[in-house]
Structure formats: structure tokens, C-alpha cells
Design a protein around this ligand. Structure first.
Ligand code: GUN
Ligand code: ZN
Length: 432
């Protein structure tokens, strides 16, 4: 059945940092969808017709759903844990919470709640670290598949330096990853990310296995963490004394390339930046997490100038908000601390098409171009009294976007569509 989703419509076809002609905006617009896909986007008058079901979101703004390219599924109850930086935070709060995901009933229950939070915050695709237990990834993929929601996820590989309840072995991590790839990579909208947690928790033997998985499954992503925290870097280099630098460890095992997502990438040496650019590896900026854990200030312009494509992500539960709006808010402030500017058009591009580009999935998500998935978010700039008050003085689309970016959160999400299906109750249906 075809449906017309009506409102003010905005999406991007280029990066606003590169060009003045980056976006399509229809003030009186609509998106025509069928079977989870976008058929057409344009002015409402050109797309409406007798008998077509319409859902009217005016005066709200319809955009491609947000993409969160770095989040930890088993940390949904770790968010807002007090008082420590990365390594203590992992040991004190995170590993014990992840241990609970060995229980399939717990993992299944939490998977539904995880996806509910994502869509409540306007996020329609995430790249997720699961726990080290195969069951946790099974639970997340099953739940996402049932909703026809595009998820990129992987079982964490970690065989040392944590607690026994979350340790696997090089062989079991290889075998479990293989099984998950066979079951889920390319099943509906699900994709697999080979997921060595980081060099501290993987032995050389395990990184060797991760490299074998990358060679055997070149269509999968690879996600890990890189240079988030100074103590982490020192500890890492002590564990791999032959490595030239942190990145070199991953490089040595064949883990770099355009499908590789390197969470944080903050304290990088010039050689590492050059090598990331050369291999096409992606950086992922996690602003709320970097502030919360006191990790450091991401160099957005520096990496960009070096030719590196970056994503921007929540990193829940090190991150403090599920909202990509709040993620952009904190991202703006971190870049301010570096004397860099995040324009609202560039910010909304980043959370949609920019993150899709970082994943190499821009033909499918992050855009409203005909043929792409009908994954959409509907944004309400009047969501709170304070936002409405400020919006009285907004004269341009950019100003309105900036209010959403700085003041918005899940209250600004009027609706989220996943593969054409509304995730919240309460939209106005009419028949034209
Ligand atoms: N480095 C290794 N594991 C993690 C994690 O779970 N969160 C963050 N922020 N950094 C990590
Ligand atoms: Zn992370």
C-alpha cells in the first residue's frame, strides 16, 4: 500500500561543508512510500492524489532517520555511572553489566528495550557492540529483524584483562562470529560487524583470528576502539611493545580499511592519521562519552583535512544521551573548544547522510532519495516551552535546525518511521 507522509521535508545529497548546494528542502513537501521504500519526494501538490492515504505531520520537519554508528547494546543500564575514567569505568560498571547478557532471557528482554530507546530518540540504524556472548548478538539481530530495522552489530571479541564472565577465547570468538555471520549478515536488513573490543582485551592470537574473519568476510564491517584515553594508550603500548603506535596494532593484523570504524580516535599521532587516511579507515566521534569520561577533544577539522571520513555517535553507555540531537549539541561544544565550527546544516548532514557515508551505506539509508529505505524522523522544534519560545525568533531553516541541535532530545521526536512503519502512536491519518 502506498502512503504519503506530509510535512516540511529536508534531506542532503552532499556535505554542506563542501558546497552551498547540499540539501533538498520542500516547505510544503511530502514523501511517497510503499513497502518500506521511498518512491518519491517533492512538493505535496505534485504527489497527492485521490484515494491515497496521507499522514500529515505539518508543521514538523521530516528528515532521514538518524544513524548512530557507535553504541553498546549491553550498556543500556550502565549510562550515568559515576566517577571514573575509561579503564576504571569498564572494570567497575561495564564488564559486570555485560556479564548478565550471557543469559538469553535477559538479552532478549533488553534487546526490545534497546530498540525502543533508539526509535524513541529518532535513531533508525545503529552500529552496536554486543556483549562477548553469542546470545546477546542473536537477541539483538532477532529483535531488529522482526522490526525490519537496519542494524549493524557484532559479538565483542575479548579474551583477557576483564573478568572471566565476559572472556571468550580466540577460537570461541572466531567460531561464534562465524556462526553469527552465517545466520545474520545479509539476512533482511541485518549486517555483521567483526568486533574485537580493543587491543587491551584481545591477545595477539585473538587479533589474528579477527584478521582471518576480515579476510574471509570482506563485506562485513569491523568496529573497535582507538586512542580514547591516555592511560588506555600507555597500557595498550605496554601490551604490544613492538607496535609503532596504537593504530599499528590493528594494522599489523589486517584490520584497517574502508569498512573499519575506529571509535573515539582522539589522541592520534601524525603517522596514525596518515595511515588511517591511506587505508580509508573511519573515525567515530563520540562527544557525550568523551566529555563524560574525561577522555579528550576530537579533532574534527584535522581529521577531515587529512582526508578521513568521520561518523558521530552516542557511545551509550559511556555516552550520556541516546539522542543524536544531544550528541550534535555536545559535538558542537567540543569543536568550539578546539576553535572549530559545526554549522547546523553540517550537523544534520553528519547524523544522517554523513554517518551513512562513514558506513558505506549511503544508497540505503541517511537520505530520502527514491529507492532508499523509508527510515525517517519527524522533528518538532516547538517540543518544549523553552524551544517554542526560542523558535519565535527563528527566521531561517538553519536557525531552526540549530535550536533542535542544541535544545532538542527525545521530546522533539514527533514520529519515527522504520521501513515505512510508524513507531509511535498518535499521527493524524487522512485519506486524500
Ligand atoms: N573501550 C573499550 N571498551 C569500551 C567501551 O565499552 N566504551 C568506551 N567508551 N570505550 C571502550
Ligand atoms: Zn565504545
Amino acid at each position: 500500500m502506498q502512503q504519503l507522509i506530509r510535512g516540511r521535508v529536508l534531506d542532503f545529497f552532499a556535505d554542506p561543508s563542501d558546497t552551498d548546494r547540499s540539501h533538498r528542502y520542500h516547505e510544503n513537501g511530502a514523501v511517497l512510500i510503499e513497502d518500506g521504500r521511498i518512491l518519491a519526494v517533492g512538493d505535496h501538490a505534485d504527489l497527492t492524489r485521490e484515494g491515497l492515504q496521507e499522514i500529515d505531520h505539518r508543521p514538523h520537519l521530516i528528515m532521514p532517520g538518524f544513524i548512530d554508528p557507535h553504541i553498546h547494546f549491553p550498556q543500556l543500564q550502565v549510562i550515568a555511572s559515576w566517577g571514573s575514567q575509561l579503564l576504571d569505568w569498564l572494570n567497575t560498571y561495564t564488564f559486570p553489566a555485560e556479564a548478565e547478557f550471557a543469559d538469553p532471557a535477559h538479552a532478549t528482554h533488553m534487546a526490545g528495550r534497546f530498540l525502543d530507546q533508539l526509535t524513541a530518540h529518532g535513531t533508525t540504524t545503529a552500529v552496536a557492540f554486543c556483549s562477548s556472548h553469542r546470545t546477546s548478538a542473536e537477541a539483538l539481530f532477532s529483535a531488529a529483524h522482526a522490526r525490519d530495522m537496519a542494524m549493524v552489530a557484532g559479538k565483542v571479541m575479548m579474551d583477557r584483562n576483564a573478568i572471566p564472565a565476559v572472556h571468550d577465547t580466540p577460537q570461541s570468538s572466531y567460531d561464534d562470529s562465524k556462526k553469527l555471520i552465517a545466520s545474520w549478515h545479509g539476512t533482511g536488513r541485518q549486517r555483521y560487524a567483526i568486533t574485537p573490543r580493543f587491543a587491551i582485551t584481545s591477545s595477539p592470537e585473538q587479533l589474528e583470528m579477527a584478521g582471518a574473519l576480515v579476510r574471509e568476510h570482506p563485506g562485513c564491517h569491523l568496529q573497535t576502539h582507538l586512542s580514547e584515553n591516555r592511560d588506555e594508550i600507555d597500557y595498550t603500548l605496554s601490551l604490544y611493545p613492538k607496535a609503532r603506535d596504537y593504530l599499528d596494532i590493528y594494522d599489523h593484523y589486517g584490520l584497517l580499511g574502508p569498512r573499519t570504524l575506529l571509535g573515539h580516535s582522539i589522541h592520534l599521532e601524525p603517522r596514525e592519521i596518515a595511515r588511517m587516511a591511506e587505508t580509508g579507515s573511519r573515525a567515530v566521534f563520540c562527544p557525550t562519552s568523551n566529555l563524560f569520561l574525561g577522555s579528550g577533544l576530537f579533532d574534527g577539522d584535522g581529521l577531515r583535512a587529512a582526508g578521513i571520513t568521520s561518523g558521530i555517535a552516542s557511545d551509550v553507555g559511556g555516552g550520556t544521551s541516546w539522542s543524536m540531537l544531544q550528541t550534535l549539541n555536545e559535538g558542537y561544544k567540543i569543536l568550539q573548544m578546539r576553535g572549530q565550527k559545526l554549522h547546523p546544516l553540517a550537523a544534520f548532514h553528519w547524523a544522517t547522510r554523513g554517518n551513512a557515508l562513514a558506513l558505506g551505506m549511503e544508497a540505503e539509508i541517511g537520505t530520502l532519495a527514491p529507492g532508499s529505505a523509508a527510515d525517517m524522523v519527524v522533528l518538532d522544534v516547538h517540543a518544549t516551552p523553552a524551544m517554542a519560545l526560542r523558535a519565535e525568533r527563528a527566521e531561517t531553516l538553519s536557525e531552526e535546525l540549530f535550536i533542535l541541535q542544541i535544545m532538542g532530545d527525545d521530546r522533539a521526536i514527533a514520529q519515527t518511521y522504520v521501513a515505512g512503519r510508524a513507531q509511535k502512536n498518535g499521527s493524524k491519518h487522512t485519506s486524500g
